[in-house]
Design a protein around this ligand. Sequence first.
Ligand code: ATP
Length: 306
Amino acid sequence: MAAELSGASGSLAGVSNEPGASKPDPIIKGSNITRTFGGLKAVDVEKIEIQRGVITALIGPNGAGKTTLFNLLTGFDEPDSGTWTFNDKPLAKVPAYKVARLGMVRTFQLTKVLAKLTVIENMRLGAKGQRGEKFLSAAFKSLWKSQEDENTKRADALLERFKLDAKREDFAGSLSGGQRKLLEMARALMVDPELIMLDEPMAGVNPALKQSLLGHVKSLRDEGRTVLFVEHDMDMVRDISDWVIVMAQGQIVAEGTPQSVMADQRVIDAYLGAHHDTDITEIDVSELEQEAEAELEAEAAEEKKP
Ligand SMILES: Nc1ncnc2c1ncn2[C@@H]1O[C@H](COP(=O)(O)OP(=O)(O)OP(=O)(O)O)[C@@H](O)[C@H]1O
């Protein structure tokens, strides 16, 4: 089946729904990427292509390998095997801060170290690309000393755009869940990336801020960037994705438009196992919990029988 699309996702018209489907203008192309932890194959991706200029969601059940794949592509982890390119440049073994300078950046949840810095200090660190946490305090010192005016100007403009300017001197740790997500996005934009990878942009965000966050993500695409995001919030996936890639047990099991993917039997199987007849968009978690509870009660009653 081929996708029928219009608007921003029109460039994906005609792309097949098969896992690893070729795209007309891929910004990322990867093949045979594997990563094993002990005996567990966390990532086992035969082929992946990410289309330029659109919003792609990476979804899948817990433990599917989404974060590990993110880490591999951005140079934060090394694969056991595999090759991938960004703008046709091979990236295997390229460290994360160099990947960021090339124009591919991932967001990070606010760590303890970053929470103790102010909002503007976080932004200035973003300008340095992405080194491990160990390097951050050293990088901060040198930045502070050299007073990079350009970076500060860019940081202030971004804080204004993301409505964080009033929080400029506050500790990042004092921000609300939604404001933290905005800061993560703003910080990643300090290097003016072509591809921005968002790690669960809706996690811990209250409903009032969700719409505003969605608007910000769409605006990244509208200004010509490519967006790839990992997310469990299916409303967000349906609302803003042009394309969805589904992982399960380390592999890509399906892809397509949000509508086609959510009706795809392979996706329903991946999420629900035996719950075949359920529409993934209408899963009521409390119902599943009640079922599990009832099963436990029945088991307990069985055990009590003489
Ligand atoms: N550093 C690690 N050491 C050992 N096992 C790991 C490590 N990182 C990930 N794993 C394992 O690899 C598998 C894939 O994990 P990963 O975090 O990539 O999944 P995910 O799809 O991002 O899950 P979630 O949606 O819950 O964040 C899991 O079984 C996880 O326990």
